[in-house]
Write a protein that binds this ligand. Sequence first.
Ligand code: NAD
Length: 435
Amino acid sequence: MKIAVLGTGYVGLSTGVCLSEIGHNVICIDTDEQKIKSLRQGISPIYEPGLENLLIQNAAAGRLLFTTSHREALNGAEIIIIAVGTPQMEDGGANLSYIVQAAKDIATNLVQSSVVVIKSTVPVGTNDFIKSIIEEHCNESVSFNMVSNPEFLRQGSAVMDTMQADRIIIGSENDEAAKKVQEMYRPLNVPFILTSIRSAEMIKYASNAFLATKISFINEVANLCGVVGADVKDVAKGMGKDKRIGEAFLQPGIGYGGSCFPKDVKALLHTANLNGVHFSLLKETVAINDFQQELLVTKAINRLGDLKGKKVAMLGLAFKPETDDMREAPSIKIARSLTKLGAEVVAYDPVAVDNAKNILGDTIRFASTVREAAVNADAVFIVTEWKEFRLLDLKTLMTTMRRPIVFDGRNCLEEDRIRACKKIEYYPIGRPAIV
Ligand code: NAD
């Protein structure tokens, strides 16, 4: 099939590359000339394990092209996938300006009948709205049908998640269009869920809101464990073995971040408010997350007192491991709180430093190794659970720091290793401190 993908971000690029890998002829369009230039040279503008190799192979095989021209990309496309951003607006609602522009770009360049798929995360009713925009601007001789096909990939494992998805949601009011999209994905051999457009749109938000709530729930349990002397690691394990609960998303920490959970939870709340539904559970999910992101700073004040002039080595900047994405990363809030309190922050991350410099460049310093960040530090904050941090050489770390105090926001250090390294003071989340 000939497929056009609008947007070469985390979702669009992963989708385009994987669809070419299963044999389709894919052309990816982006309005960002720099991105297209780098993609044409076989360089992925984002860090995503395994993606660049597949990109190079499929581009070399002639199945994967990149352009800034909507006209070129849409010519002959049987399926057009919209994967542009839907960031958060001030009022919490989703900003649909990119998707509206994408709809106009499609409408004015559509020269044959096609299926228009919205993969971006959009509030209920958006597919209908976008359909009306395309209808308004397109040539009367072309016909098209909409399919809502929300994406569930996780950054850091986008290729695997696309190739081995748990399910593919296809929301449509037109059987032929739904079948066409099923046909596109058929080689993946993944279960399909066929539904209406509005239900498909809602499935995405309800899924993300549920996962965010699960995180906030275990974080509250962790905070209680910390007070009553229980160990959240054992509690989560004991809970997770119950199949009705499941083990995933029961790791306590300093809250969720990233380009999806924060904005999607708020967008769902916004939809609920607009429709007079009081989704109070979701409001608490957000409030708990805000509290959780300040937790390491509170713990540091409790231990070190006034943070003015204290040096904090921040290990990890990306919102999670295996990505360079800094959108809504808890590290941003933590770094800003620390500097506001007069602390000096030196941060290290294996891949996110360049992106972090755009956000925190004026506020903190950056190091190119853990050791460099930790020199003379009064405390280490573990903010992202990169594998490199799990395997830290604790003895060297301890001798590098001014005071060997570690606040582990991801509970990623093993207890035995800390105990073996006698002098470390270790403060995890929801587990007894080791002092
Ligand atoms: P992104 O910001 O990384 O990429 C969006 C891209 O679209 C940018 O490169 C931008 O230049 C391009 N673009 C904007 N307008 C365009 C137009 N008119 N024509 C062509 N290109 C255009 O976004 P993302 O993280 O890939 O997310 C895309 C959507 O998928 C969002 O709705 C998001 O909520 C959803 N989603 C994201 C993830 C994730 O992990 N990032 C997972 C599931 C769903």
